[in-house]
Design a protein around this ligand. Structure first.
Ligand SMILES: Nc1nc2c(ncn2[C@@H]2O[C@H](COP(=O)(O)OP(=O)(O)OP(=O)(O)O)[C@@H](O)[C@H]2O)c(=O)[nH]1
Length: 207
């Protein structure tokens, strides 16, 4: 049985730790940060959505449909809620915009686990840390999510506790979940890409 699954790249937020810059649009080796995650998730979902609150026209240039939070300043859950509200698919993959090194693979594991469980949300633990925004939501999470947000709560972790979200362990993958939250981390990511380019050209020269 084929189940429709949509995906969302979360690009809202204040980016305070990045000095207020629009994180998703920061250029990493000439490509906006959010595009790294979007390009990897898009082939695996029916429709990929971009959840953003500022620079909507800029995001739209990349061809994926953009959804603005129906209520702003609710944090990542506000973005997820706004997308769940609009989609027809019964499942939604969630990714942050700041994970250029994430590799596919985890999404198959999390899908299998969530479908064989009665939980409405599943998220990844990478062996070191819980990665709350590498997640899969069933559309049935919409109603408890609405209730949670209406009660004035915003915290992702608190919501996951409330709905007894499934924690899926995907160990030995911490590098793939490296998040860019500060300008220093952004510089580090640039250096990692330079290093990878150098190694690649060394390999090519040996051929
Ligand atoms: N749609 C939407 N996405 C959000 C919102 N807040 C954060 N995000 C996204 O959720 C992910 C994690 O956000 P954080 O990095 O923790 O928060 P941030 O607001 O971007 O950054 P800080 O202000 O430095 O905490 C990122 O991909 C953000 O773009 C929001 O209000 N709406």
């Amino acid at each position: 049985m084929q189940i429709d699954i949509d995906g969302v790249i979360l690009c809202g937020g204040q980016g305070k730790r990045m000095g207020g810059k629009e994180k998703g649009l920061l250029l990493l080796k000439g490509k906006p940060l959010f595009v790294y995650a979007a390009e990897k998730l898009a082939p695996r979902v029916k429709t990929l959505w971009i959840s953003a609150n500022r620079f909507l026209d800029e995001y739209a240039k990349y061809g994926w449909p953009v959804i603005k939070d129906c209520v702003e300043k609710l944090g990542p859950l506000g973005g997820i809620y706004s997308v769940l509200l609009q989609i027809q698919s019964p499942l939604l993959f969630v990714l942050p915009c700041d994970c250029p090194f994430f590799e596919v693979g985890w999404e198959k594991v999390i899908l299998e686990k969530l479908l064989s469980s009665s939980a409405s949300v599943a998220y990844i633990s990478d062996g070191q840390k819980e990665q709350f925004l590498f997640a899969l939501f069933k559309k049935s999470a919409l109603s408890p999510l609405e209730e949670y947000l209406l009660s004035g709560q915003r915290q992702v972790e608190g919501f996951y506790r409330k709905v007894a979200a499934l924690n899926v362990n995907w160990a030995d993958a911490s590098q793939r979940f490296f998040n860019i939250n500060t300008l220093e981390a952004f510089e580090e990511a640039n250096k990692m890409f330079d290093w990878m380019d150098k190694k690649l050209s060394e390999c090519k020269n040996k051929l």
